[in-house]
Ligand binder design. Structure first.
Ligand code: GTP
Ligand code: MG
Length: 407
């Protein structure tokens, strides 16, 4: 299912705000939402914004790319940046880091600042899973803060109904362990992070907004100047592999490769078994991931730019096609093709149909105008070149089906 072109243009507009293509206003605040796949990021965002943020109901991870959502709160324009979780079933960590790093670098290069981070963790995880640990480690490597006053730790998936004593005690003891063990959230809490309990039902909308309120206040008291990965890539010109986050992923890939190479070496040279085939294939995959980490900001920029060129054509064609269809339908209704038997019913029905079609046509025209403005920015080079190219990558993802569409 493709998104209607108008929605795509809305997404372009929000992503343009995050990456500084449109100049941020003093009232704008940007918060990253991170956590393992299925931890409840999109649910949390939907509750804050009142807009559907692609909530996943299957085992496959749903949020595939960075997506930006917005709402107004405390007199501010709040942007929540939904990020794909690391250790994901569909994409390698290197790909996820690339998407995150390119968005964050473009943003920083264009003077947009991140005001806080929300990390979600499901209390229902009976033990700290590899995915959750990986997501905490990556968050630390991406941020690299000396203190974590701008971090909100949100525990999700609390049971809706009161639990029996034994179950209740088990959850509480798990919660205490999470908050005291340095390998989990203990260290971050000592460095200023705040913890919240949150459930997904509608009574918890205030909790979701409380989290944002807390971070807005913290951002005013302790503004973040830069995330570690932004400094490393934009100021220090490091390739992804040399950033703290890239080092974590690189070490993991090297370890997997060493295992594969050891296995290949132990097999007789004449072996043509499934195992040999599988190992070779896995090695190739690892090399590809290493290749992603070697990318510099300029490489990501170049690739993003060419994807943007393709997406531009596609979005334009979608808008033209939708306008043509709506225009035709309007003409058909106006020329009474759909006239029915009862005259009064027919008149009222036709009148409201014509009104709604006219509205549709004018909405598509407005979307075309808005989109033309973004294209203008890109073409005139009125914006930072880095952002233009990098944004393209994400818009490309949007244009080719975005997030949940592949489920
Ligand atoms: N019971 C309960 N269910 C939740 C809660 N938060 C999310 N869910 C459900 O958990 C599933 C996954 O939630 P999502 O919000 O899509 O999780 P996500 O972190 O965005 O997942 P990805 O996009 O795959 O990274 C959905 O079926 C939600 O309805 C919660 O606090 N309690
Ligand atoms: Mg999601």
């Amino acid at each position: 299912m493709d998104l209607p072109a108008e929605e795509l243009v809305d997404k372009v507009a929000l992503y343009a705000a995050f990456t500084g293509i449109t100049e941020p206003s003093r009232n704008d605040m940007f918060f990253l939402v991170v956590g393992r796949t299925g931890s409840g990021k999109s649910t949390f965002i939907s509750q804050c914004t009142g807009k559907n943020a692609n909530i996943g109901h299957s085992l496959r991870s749903c949020t595939q790319s960075i997506e930006v959502f917005d709402f107004h709160w405390m007199g501010r324009h709040i942007f929540l940046i939904d990020t794909p979780g690391f250790n994901d079933s569909n994409r390698s960590d290197a790909e996820i880091l690339e998407a995150l790093a390119s968005g964050l670098s473009a943003s920083y290069a264009n003077k947009v600042r991140i005001h806080g981070i929300i990390i979600l963790h499901p209390i229902s995880d009976t033990r700290m899973s590899g995915s959750s640990l990986r997501n905490i480690d990556m968050m630390k490597a991406v941020c690299g803060f000396a203190r974590y006053d701008n971090l909100a730790i949100v525990t999700t998936m609390w049971p809706r109904l009161p639990q029996h004593n034994a179950e209740h005690n088990k959850l509480e003891s798990r919660y205490n362990q999470l908050l005291t063990n340095d390998r989990f959230f203990g260290g971050l809490l000592c460095q200023g992070a705040e913890v919240f309990r949150y459930g997904a039902d509608s009574s918890d909308v205030p909790t979701a907004k409380n989290v944002v309120t807390h971070l807005v206040c913290q951002a005013l008291l302790h503004p973040i100047t830069t995330l570690q990965i932004q400094h490393e890539i934009v100021d220090q010109h490091k390739p992804l592999s040399e950033t703290a986050a890239g080092l974590v992923i690189g070490a993991d890939i090297s370890q997997r490769m060493a295992g594969d190479e050891g296995l290949v070496a132990s097999l007789p040279t004449t072996t043509t078994t499934d195992l040999a085939y599988e190992v070779t294939e896995h090695l190739e995959k690892c090399k590809k991931e290493m290749g992603i980490l070697e990318k510099s900001l300029e490489d990501m920029h170049r690739e993003g730019k060419s994807r943007w060129e393709e997406s531009k054509v596609k979005i334009d064609a979608m808008l033209d096609h939708e306008l043509e269809n709506a225009d035709q339908e309007l003409l058909d209704v106006q020329s009474s093709k759909h006239r029915s038997v009862t005259l009064t019913d027919d008149f009222e029905e036709r009148y409201s149909h014509i009104l709604s079609l006219k509205e549709k046509v004018s909405n598509i025209r407005a979307a075309q105008e808005r989109f033309a403005r973004y294209k203008g920015h890109m073409i005139n080079g009125a914006i930072n070149g880095l952002a233009a190219g990098l944004t393209g990558g994400i818009i490309a993802a949007a244009a080719t089906g975005l997030a949940c569409n592949i489920m």
